[in-house]
Design a protein around this ligand. Structure first.
Ligand code: GLV
Ligand code: MG
Length: 350
């Protein structure tokens, strides 16, 4: 049974901080991954941190089994020594069915629970995974005397997780967001793509033949393998006041396709994506910040719509209460992002 509405916002351990009722909006256009076991990467953290919205110490996939302890220790060192400024510090712990997850949660919460904003949990299959981590975090928050509850971010990367995404989003007030994990999801679903995110040339629709020649002159349109999952994820997130994100794009050299994938996610409602390499930081910043021309147009509509009701014609287009709300979404996001970025604010003329 679900906890009753009144119990939902009670701490799950005596002395743990009260759960938050709303996911606070903080810019998170890019969640920049770094491997804390790699000394060279760690040495770059002070330079990279101010250039990203979220810095994430990755303990899971990508870190060899032999380096799991070193990665955890490395993240603890980074959190204790590097000034993050306004940048959020997240971690991706090992999956709950691994032998490392318990040490990750215990070690990080004991040492740097006050420095971490969000714990990303991979391979979440259902609400029971969130309940498990929810209680554990509350116990460790109480034990460490933390005043602020940690938030939880789930990766959607199993068929079961996708089938239960609404339940996952609604499993705890700690739920901050969900990312699509196209690599694990492809493997779990037995999809036949070996790419980390992005399209596939074989997944297409083809124009009808014009004559008897079925082989030539037919335009091919590549389709988006991830559209269904992403759209479903966005609805589940919005339903529960949780933020949706696209995940990783593995082809670092193909910055053009990366930008397309990120923009599709942005247009569908996502607030950010992962960056796996510095070149993807700028792509995410550009894509997940509203275009200045769109913001200017949206402001014109809002201005022309007065109290926001009724219908008008502007540049030959119909605008009404609903399109005015669409415009408010764009302007509000621009303002939220500008609040900590004067350069961006200037591009909007704020
Ligand atoms: C991310 O973790 C993925 O599996 O795509
Ligand atoms: Mg994964």
């Amino acid at each position: 049974m679900m906890r009753t509405p009144k119990d939902f916002f009670k701490p799950l351990a005596v002395g743990a901080p009260e759960p938050q009722r709303e996911t606070p909006f903080r810019p998170s256009r890019m969640i920049h991954f770094f491997p804390p076991s790699n000394a060279k990467m760690v040495s770059k953290v002070p330079d990279i941190a101010p250039t990203v919205d979220v810095l994430l110490g990755n303990l899971e996939d990508g870190v060899p089994a032999t380096d799991k302890d070193a990665a955890r220790d490395g993240l603890i060192q980074v959190a204790k020594t590097v000034d993050m400024g306004q940048t959020q510090l997240w971690t991706r712990i090992n999956s709950l069915d691994s032998p490392w997850a318990i040490d990750d949660i215990y070690g990080l919460m004991t040492e740097i629970g006050d420095k971490l904003d969000v714990v990303m949990v991979p391979k979440v299959e259902g609400p029971e995974d969130i309940h498990y981590i929810d209680r554990l975090l509350a116990q460790l928050e109480a034990r460490a005397g933390l005043e602020r509850p940690l938030q939880v971010h789930a990766i959607l990367e199993t068929a079961q997780g996708v089938a239960r995404v609404e339940e996952i989003c609604g499993a705890s007030p700690r739920m901050q967001g969900i990312s699509l994990g196209p690599a694990d999801l492809a493997a779990n679903r037995r999809m036949k793509t070996t790419r980390v995110g992005g399209g596939h040339p074989g997944y297409l629709v083809r124009e009808d033949p014009t004559g008897d020649d079925i082989h030539s002159g037919r335009t091919i349109f590549q389709q988006d393998l991830w559209h269904y999952t992403l759209a479903r994820m966005v609805d589940a997130c919005v339903m529960h006041g949780v933020l949706p994100y696209y995940g990783p794009f593995g082809d670092i050299a193909d910055t053009v396709a990366c930008e397309d994938q990120f923009r599709n996610a942005y247009l569908l409602g996502c607030v950010g994506a992962w960056s796996l390499h510095p070149v993807q930081i700028d792509i995410a910043k550009r894509v997940f910040s509203p275009d200045p021309a769109d913001v200017a147009h949206a402001q014109r509509v809002i201005e022309a719509m007065g109290d926001g009701t009724g219908a008008i014609m502007l540049d030959g287009k119909m605008e009404d209460d609903a399109s005015c709300k669409q415009c408010h979404v764009v302007v509000e996001l621009a303002r939220q992002l500008s609040a900590r970025d004067p350069e961006l604010a200037a591009t909007y003329g704020f």
